[in-house]
Write a protein that binds this ligand. Sequence first.
Ligand code: ADP
Ligand code: 5GP
Length: 210
Amino acid sequence: MIRRGLLLILSSPSGAGKSTLSRMLMAWDQTMRFSVSATTRPPRPGEAEGREYFFRSREAFEDMVKSGEMLEHAEVFGNLYGSPRSPVLAAMDAGRDTVFDIDWQGGQQIAQAMRDDVVSIFILPPSIAELDRRLRTRGQDSDTVIAGRMAKSRDEISHWAEYDYVLVNDDLDQTFEKLKAILTAERLRRERQPQLSAFVRALNEEFEAR
Ligand code: ADP
Ligand code: 5GP
C-alpha cells in the first residue's frame, strides 16, 4: 500500500526565497509535484504558461472558482491566485507529495479543509533590508511593484505563527538542509506510513514461527 501524498505549503513575504527553495526541492526529489497555480497577473519575463502559472483572464478565473475547480483561492497584490484541485487529489492518491507556493490565505484554506495532510512552513528573510535587496536583484518587477510588495510583506509576516515550521532563510544551502529534514521527518510520521501495521504483523508472525 502506498503512502498518501502530503501537502507541503510554503509561504513567505515576496522575495524571501520560497520559489528558489521549492525549485531546489523538486530537483532533489523528482517524485514531488509543484502545484501550478492559476493567476490573473500577467507573466513575468521568462515565465511559461503551465510551468510557473496558468495565466488566465479574471473572467476565466472566476469561472474556475464557480465550478469548484479551485482547492483555495485568494486576492494577492490586486490579482487573483488559486490552486487547481484535481491534480492535487490525484497526486495524493498516487502517494506523491505536492509543494504549494501560496500566501497565508491559501495556506489557511487548505489547512482547514485537509489538516492531517498539510505540513506548513513559513519562510522569513534575515532582515527587511535583505528582503528589499532580494526583490531588487531578482530584477523582474518594476520599482512600483517592488514598493507594493514591500508594503504587503509586513502583513504576510504577521501570519508566521500559524505555520507548523518557520525557517529564517539566511544561508540558502543551510535553509535547504533544514527544509529536507522537515520533509524527511514528516514523511516518517506514523500516520503517514499505512504499511506499518502489515509490517509489524509480519514481524509478529516471525516471532511465532521461531
Ligand atoms: P519568493 O519566491 O519568496 O518571492 P525568490 O525565491 O524568487 O523569492 O527569491 C528572491 C531572490 O532572492 C531571488 O533572486 C533568489 O535567487 C534570491 N535568494 C533566495 N534565497 C536567498 C538566500 N538565502 N540568499 C541570497 N539570495 C537568495
Ligand atoms: P508572485 O506574483 O510573486 O508569483 O506571487 C505573489 C504571491 O501570491 C506570493 O505570496 C505567492 O505565494 C502567492 N500565490 C501564488 N499562487 C497562489 C495561489 O494559488 N494561491 C494563493 N492563495 N496564493 C498564491
